[in-house]
Ligand binder design. Structure first.
Ligand code: NOJ
Length: 748
């Protein structure tokens, strides 16, 4: 209430121009420069009271200077807020988000967000452009690296955990920041995996697959939302009133801030919605409060507020008074946001001389644990892993001593020198320097080399021929007891605007693995990547295989911990791992077709002629441990129930191995008879438990009819959630494929 009154008083005194100024979100760029260049574009805007927020400040001192200038330039001394891309850590870089998702450890994920929040807040940041919660089922899309993966339930829980971690109980607290759910919505499903491409989605998929993480983040109190670049069902998200004003604000009751993505308002013109003034009016009308970087709100709104807008081509018009009203509403939301951050009473929040930053040492410990937890043991023939500490190790391949790539994409505040590379991590653990054979130029084939030239090279290149390098690596392999081959992709190969046509391992790396496998030495393959890469024959040739992603500053330490048994592997795939890149999109919750099983006619099968049926695939939820976990049979408290009842599914699991294990027990369901085709399997719950050697535990899952609601489209713009009586199947197990089933009948 108080907050509303303070903002109301401010609003009453503000001019239209001052209100429009609050809607402008700028990049710091070169920041403020003193001396002859002191009138940078940013400085000019600050002096004129035309900036609501700034992102990309490089230090607390420069942010402080900007805040002083903002306060001096604003007649009513309204402060700006500072934002940043804090995607998987801030200075302490944690594993990329898809990796963190593979931990399935919500407390750990929350802790990483809380640590990042505290680091960011201590640098004077108030707002982070995270969590990124776009469901992604297509590894061609480079931003799968930032995503929580393919599954709506896991992603929704991660959205909530990260929101809690960033915001804590109160975004005004000194060690917390405001979260921003992005990218609203459907950005993770672009056609052919091309970044920014438009998206055609049924309402059913929007509601059941892509919106649940946003719903969970909003329910957790996320303070802001960023709109996606793409169009959804022909309507660009920056003009998508049904989804922003309709689903988000009206439907979910979201009362926070909605910001555009970088020049997203301007891009409406390229989307074909009309000239800049129309784009601005449509974005504002759709519910966008702040315009990031493009400055079109700033430029066009003064005239629009005098003259209104007519766009006969779109059957769209707004009067001058309506524009003024929309500006008022947007400005009000910006000020409420600032008030919630505590900035209206303390404009120098986080900009004090000696802020309390969290311990970097603690951060590294957490990053190391997160890296080990995110690493997935995909294969471990003859229990090759964990390796004894006294083995003679040859570390081979482009990532054997690499630092830069470990940071992954979107690590804007990370420092390469913070990374401890794999060779050093192995030495620290085993006490022995591993032989390192550097295969720098086997990282890619030519087309990717050319691309790297454009984007800046982080993988050092070796000018020798592939043959010369192979000779060196073979010599190292022959001299070792065990070979650890590090392969994968560079950090620039994933991330924004970095889609790949064929998300697989490049041919030179595959050749390397074949040669290493032929030596007969035990072969451990570690894949460092920003996306789920199709492993093809590499998965067959490796004796043991770890999928380690880009693991952050302590990524290689986490990998070494798993390799030598200092940590028990606990990662479970948050995305299905294809065997061939042509299989994508690939996800466990696909719907059954009319011809799902093997018929007489090969061609009738919905599969590929050129991919063997028994090709190795690693399903969603999959990951091995070092122990053996025995699953008992699941039992229901009742196999029939009324819709108002809760049914219990219980099951005993037992660690029969010699060491501690972390097991993620997953519960899936299918609804074989419904009004529409339903996914073959949907994740409906999971529980992660740590079991010491010999420990047994009884797990109980609560099943309610609510879990079986599903949407059906009513019209182009609306849908309804329904549920039916009848039989559903419950599948419980260690991953989405290896499960045991029971049936439950809803009587009502
Ligand atoms: C564009 C990206 O899509 C978004 O995720 C990011 O937060 C902004 N740029 C700001 O850097």
């Amino acid at each position: 209430m108080e907050e509303q009154e303070a903002v109301g008083r401010l609003m009453a005194e503000m001019t239209l121009a001052e209100k429009i100024g609050q809607l402008n979100l700028l990049a710091a760029g070169e920041g403020l420069v003193t001396g002859a260049a002191q009138h940078t574009p940013l400085a000019r805007r600050l002096d004129a009271g035309q900036v609501g927020a700034i992102f990309g400040t490089k230090s607390r001192a420069s942010a402080r200077a900007m805040q002083e200038r903002a306060l001096a330039g604003s007649r009513l001394s309204i402060p700006v807020f500072f934002a940043e891309d804090v995607i998987h850590g801030h200075r302490t870089v944690f594993p990329i988000n898809i990796a963190l998702a593979c931990s399935w450890d919500l407390d750990l994920i929350e802790e990483t967000a809380a640590h990042a929040a505290a680091e960011a807040a201590a640098e004077g940041l108030h707002h982070v452009f995270a969590p990124m919660i776009d469901i992604s089922r297509d590894p061609r899309w480079g931003r799968v690296a930032e995503s929580p993966g393919e599954d709506p339930l896991l992603a929704a829980r991660i959205a909530a955990a990260m929101t809690r971690g960033f915001q804590g109980r109160n975004i005004a607290d000194a060690d917390r920041v405001a979260a921003c759910l992005k990218h609203f919505v459907g950005y993770g499903a672009p056609e052919s995996g091309r970044d920014y491409d438009n998206v055609s989605l049924s309402w059913e998929d929007l509601l059941a697959v892509h919106l649940p993480p946003f719903q969970a983040g909003v329910a957790e109190g996320a303070a802001s939302v960023m709109v996606a670049f793409n169009a959804v069902n022909k309507l660009p998200m920056h003009a998508n009133k049904p989804l922003i004003e309709g689903w988000l604000r009206k439907g979910e009751g979201f009362d926070g801030l909605v910001i555009s993505d970088y020049t997203g308002v301007k891009e409406l013109t390229a989307h074909g919605l009309g000239p800049a003034a129309v784009a601005v009016a449509r974005a504002l009308h759709a519910g966008i409060d702040m315009d990031m970087v493009g400055e079109d709100f700033l430029e066009k709104l003064p005239t629009l507020a005098r003259e209104g807008v007519e766009a006969p081509h779109a059957g769209f018009s707004l009067s001058a008074a309506e524009i003024v009203d929309l500006v008022d509403k947007a400005c009000h939301r910006v000020l409420i946001f600032k008030s919630r951050l505590g900035l209206l009473s303390n404009p120098f929040k986080g900009l004090a001389e000696n802020p309390v930053a969290p311990s970097r040492q603690e951060g590294r410990k957490l990053a190391r644990k997160a890296a080990a937890r995110s690493t997935i043991l995909i294969k471990n023939d003859h229990s090759l892993l964990p390796l004894p500490l006294d083995q003679k190790v040859a570390l081979i391949g482009p990532f054997a001593a690499d630092r830069a790539n470990m940071l992954g994409t979107w690590a804007v505040s990370g420092k390469v020198e913070d990374v401890i590379p794999l060779n050093e991590a192995v030495k620290a653990l085993t006490g022995t320097e591993p032989a390192v054979a550097w295969g720098a130029n086997i990282v890619d084939e030519l087309w990717l080399e050319q691309r790297l030239n454009v984007h800046g090279v982080t993988v050092e290149r070796d000018s020798r021929s592939e043959d010369a390098i192979l000779k060196e690596t073979m010599a190292a392999a022959h001299a070792a007891d065990v070979v650890i081959a590090t392969i994968g992709e560079a950090k620039e190969h994933a991330g924004e605007s970095s889609s790949r046509l064929a998300p697989d391992l490049p041919a030179p790396q595959r050749r390397l693995i074949s040669r290493l496998a032929n030596t007969g030495k035990p072969l451990v393959v570690v894949v460092f990547a920003g996306r789920p890469l199709a492993l093809g024959e590499v998965a067959e040739k490796a004796d043991a295989l770890l999928f380690a992603w880009h693991g952050g500053i302590a990524g290689p330490q986490g990998v070494a911990d798993v390799l030598f048994g200092a940590a028990s592997p606990a990662g479970r795939l948050a995305v299905s791992l294809p065997t061939h890149p042509g299989e994508v999109p690939l996800y466990h919750a696909a719907e059954p077709t009319g011809r799902p099983s093997l018929g007489n006619f090969q061609k009738f099968r919905s599969n590929w002629l050129d991919l063997p049926d028994d090709a190795i695939r690693f399903p969603f939820g999959f990951g091995l441990g070092y122990g053996t976990v025995r699953y008992g049979s699941p039992a229901l408290s009742s196999d029939t129930a009324m819709a108002t009842e809760t049914v219990l599914l219980s099951l005993k699991i037992e660690n029969t191995g010699p060491g501690e294990v972390v097991e993620t027990v997953q519960l899936y369901a299918s609804d074989p008879v419904a009004r529409v085709t339903r996914p073959a399997r949907m994740l409906i719950d999971f529980k992660q438990v740590t079991l010491s050697a010999g420990e047994a535990r009884e797990l109980v899952f609560e099943i309610t009819a609510q879990q079986f609601r599903y949407p059906i489209a009513l019209s182009l713009l609306s849908a309804e959630w329904v549920r039916d009586p009848g039989t559903i199947q419950l599948h419980v197990g260690a991953n989405s494929r290896d499960t045991q089933s029971v049936e439950l009948k809803w009587l009502t």
